[in-house]
Ligand binder design. Structure first.
Ligand code: GLA
Length: 785
């Protein structure tokens, strides 16, 4: 009946269309919702435990994105966490790149196709052992800019960047049918400062960019209160001890699901210290606790990949990061499964959500190829391949000349005269000094040797200062890391009177395509291997596959294969190979260029079937000891404080009995609770107002013992601002008896009223210090330099 009536008033075509539309509405699934409930995350209104794996698409070649995302799914992840590195997308101010390797929209699309949700962490600051923590170098062209503050220039540039992020990614939110369920605001801001208004501005910028999914902030347990805002959901970052960390989280956020924003599977590596494998038992125990209790987590890193090109950052006190970002993660640098992968997958399989399908099998590893040894037989000496110089009487840092990275050569003429001193405020990061083409010495930021002797000259002589920059520091206030010579630049007579030097020539060497494609090569002179320059060669391949370039015979530099920059190498290790992904190779001849600043032992390369990530060669370092040559003696010293720490892993504040005054701070570990070693995760020194003194100019002046063979227990870990790694005394080679001493050079005289001591966070901590003494003074250390 009704049909007949309708037919009378509505034409047949329209009716068919109406019926089709009605039926398609009936079948259409309602849009997915994601919310933060009182106890749980809610996906479509149902409790959802986020099992997230951190994976940085910028650290994986694009052709491998799908493979790595399938790996995540098989590992047991239901979500993937993606940092955006601002400097990867806005290399020149105002010019944004979102295609090719920077195509985050495509990455999110593949994640969705593979059944993964996405948590986005766009910065603007990200950290991540990435050059300048993801901030663009060109911000530093503004003298006096204060990064990560309300500085109008910084805010304006951040807003512009986040707006562009919104254009690309707001349409990919779950609210619009995409995979993005949450967006992070800033990154561990509590580590840096305490300005909740600044966090408010960053939050607003993300909202204004069109994001309407839940926004959140992450911090380690000790910094959750700094910069805290109620309008941002809080998650806590840690590598162990979830009970304590979640307790701290509940204090600031009594209601809502618990989530670990960064759960460390391992740790990153820096040049000159052992590779970090991570502790699998502790990791599994803590993950099981979270799985059981319904807490959510994001494994940092689930797959680390490689920091290709010049993108690796540096830690503080100045410790440049290696290019491999293997991280001891469940999925290895080249995308292989590991013991940790299998254990994680097995564990998660036991705790799947009701109705969840079993985890898929991992995709197979990509094929491997090897390369026979090849000799690089062409050489372009750097000093014979210089660009047109800039002339000036007042040399500045690279940024001033629009140079982002690489080396900068400062050249001038020094009048005849007796031995004199060359002095700068700082060198970022290494400077090889040549007099009339002959190497005199090297100035090294690790060692703070910023004052050197220049030999006597019987005639006016050319002085060349070749400064090479590693990646910019990515953590702490040191992100203001301008590169080159930090002035004033002075030549002084022995009586301290200045020698007037003008007419500098500066050569900017950024190792970009234009320079690399126009080098003039010659046949290398075997007696002059130590000259800085770029080597060229070719290797033949008949089977394409991933390979690991063995760089053990080389000094220090950078490698390019077929125009792709593999990253940095350095013979001191721990990394001794460089990952080449198969898509960057071709059948037949492949072109390789190697920049070596100190010269190879033998200019040969070969391709191995497995990486070498843990081979240290401290004896090959061009600066033999990274620390100043000093003597330390604790004899006849009166301690400013002594006592016994509590036997737990919580942070402890100890007030000194007498106010400490001096440039050196020493903590002596007289015993530990288990009698094994002595260890410290982090030390902060507080002034009379109870404020922590900046670590910025701190270095380790002396340590009586440190573990470097079997794990990274270097003393710098106690002052690097991070609580996950730690100083540990030697337990594998020379087990030394108590007391153990750690002495910090504070850079200048300070007043110390109390210390904040953070022990290793594992529940059963080896080497938890029991009896201690503290000394502060100017005379603890005698310099031998
Ligand atoms: C912090 C940062 C991360 C990363 C890790 C160390 O937690 O948030 O970006 O730098 O440290 O790998």
């Amino acid at each position: 009946m009704l049909r007949k009536k309708l037919l009378k008033i509505v034409p047949v075509g329209v009716l068919i269309l109406m019926m089709f539309t009605l039926s398609s509405f009936k079948n259409e699934t309602p849009p997915t919702t994601f919310e933060i409930g009182k106890k749980d995350f809610l996906l479509n209104g149902k409790p959802f435990q986020i099992r997230c794996g951190e994976l940085h698409f910028a650290r994986v070649p694009k052709p491998y994105w799908r493979h790595r995302l399938k790996m995540m799914k098989s590992l047991g992840m239901n979500t993937v966490c993606a940092y955006l590195f601002w400097n990867f997308h806005e290399r020149t101010p105002g010019v944004f790149k979102w295609d090719g390797e920077a195509d985050i929209a495509q990455f999110c699309k593949i994640a969705q196709e593979e059944g993964l949700w996405v948590i986005l962490r766009p910065g603007p600051y990200t950290c991540a052992e990435w050059e300048m923590g993801g901030l663009p170098w060109w911000l530093l062209k503004n003298d006096g800019i204060k990064l990560r503050t309300k500085d109008p220039i910084y805010i304006d540039r951040s807003n512009q960047y986040l707006k562009e992020v919104g254009k690309v990614l707001a349409p990919m939110q779950v609210t619009k049918g995409g995979p993005i369920i949450m967006v992070q605001v800033e990154n561990e801001y509590g580590f840096y400062a305490d300005d909740a208004d600044y966090m408010g501005l960053m939050r607003k910028a993300i909202l204004d960019a069109g994001f309407n999914v839940p926004l959140f902030a992450c911090n380690p347990p000790y910094h959750l209160k700094k910069g805290f805002r109620k309008d941002l959901f809080q998650v806590v970052n840690f590598g162990s001890n979830p009970v304590e960390a979640f307790k701290a989280l509940k204090e600031v956020q009594p209601e809502g699901p618990l989530m670990c924003g960064e759960f460390y599977s391992g740790w990153f590596d820096t040049w000159g210290t052992p590779h970090n494998y991570g502790k699998i038992d502790q990791y599994l125990q803590d993950m099981e606790y979270m799985l059981k209790t319904g807490a959510s987590f994001s494994i940092y890193m689930a797959h680390g990949g490689t920091t290709f090109d010049f993108w690796a950052g540096a830690d503080r006190p100045f410790k440049p990061d290696v290019s491999s970002y293997d991280y001891g993660a469940p999925v290895s640098e080249a995308g292989w499964t590991t013991e940790k992968f299998k254990a994680t997958r097995d564990l998660i399989s036991k705790y799947l959500m009701p109705g969840e399908a079993p985890l898929p099998v991992p995709p197979s590893a990509n094929p491997i190829t090897t390369l026979r040894t090849v000799k690089l037989n062409k050489f372009a000496p750097l000093f014979k391949n210089l660009p047109v110089p800039i002339t000036t009487d007042d040399p500045k840092t690279m940024e001033y000349y629009d140079q982002s990275r690489g080396s900068i050569l400062y050249r001038t003429t020094l009048p005849a005269g007796p031995e004199c001193v060359f002095k700068v405020d700082e060198v970022h990061d290494f400077a090889w000094v040549f007099l009339n083409g002959k190497k005199v010495t090297v100035m090294d930021r690790r060692k703070h040797n910023y004052s050197i002797l220049i030999p006597a000259r019987d005639k006016a002589s050319t002085i060349d200062i070749l400064v090479h920059a590693m990646g910019r520091i990515n953590f702490g206030p040191e992100v203001h890391d301008r590169k080159g010579l930090i002035g004033p630049i002075q030549f002084l007579n022995k009586n301290n009177s200045p020698i007037s030097v003008k007419g500098w020539k500066l050569f900017n060497l950024s190792y970009g395509d234009e320079m690399l494609n126009n080098l003039s090569f010659e046949t290398p002179n075997p007696v002059r291997l130590a000259e800085p320059g770029i080597w060229k060669g070719e290797f033949m391949i008949d089977k394409i596959g991933d390979t690991f370039l063995d760089v053990r015979k080389w000094g220090k530099g950078v490698v390019w294969v077929n125009g792709h920059c593999l990253g940095r190498y350095w013979n001191i290790g721990p990394t001794q190979t460089m990952y080449i992904p198969a898509p960057w190779l071709k059948k037949g001849a492949n072109k390789v260029l190697v920049l070596d600043l100190v010269g190879p032992e033998n200019p040969v390369l070969q391709g191995l079937s497995a990486p070498i990530l843990n081979e240290l060669n401290p004896q090959k370092d061009f600066t033999l000891s990274k620390r100043p040559d000093v003597t330390f003696s604790a004899k006849n010293l009166i301690p400013n404080a002594k006592g016994e720490f509590a036997d737990n892993n919580a942070m402890q504040i100890v007030k000194l009995t007498t106010l400490g005054k001096g440039r050196y701070f020493c903590i002596a570990a007289l015993s530990s609770f288990d009698g094994t070693t002595a260890s410290i995760a982090e030390l902060d020194l507080l002034n009379k107002e109870g404020k922590a003194i900046s670590h910025q100019s701190w270095t380790i002046a002396y340590v009586s013992s440190e573990e470097l063979a079997k794990e990274n227990g270097s003393a710098e870990n106690a002052i690097d601002g991070q609580t996950f790694n730690y100083w540990s005394t030697d337990w594998s080679v020379r087990k030394m008896s108590y007391p153990h001493y750690l002495v910090i050079d504070l850079g200048k005289e300070e007043e110390i009223d109390a210390i904040r001591f953070i022990p290793k966070s594992e529940s059963k901590s080896l080497g938890r210090i029991k009896d201690y003494q503290i000394f502060v003074g100017n005379e603890l250390i005698k310099s031998l330099q």
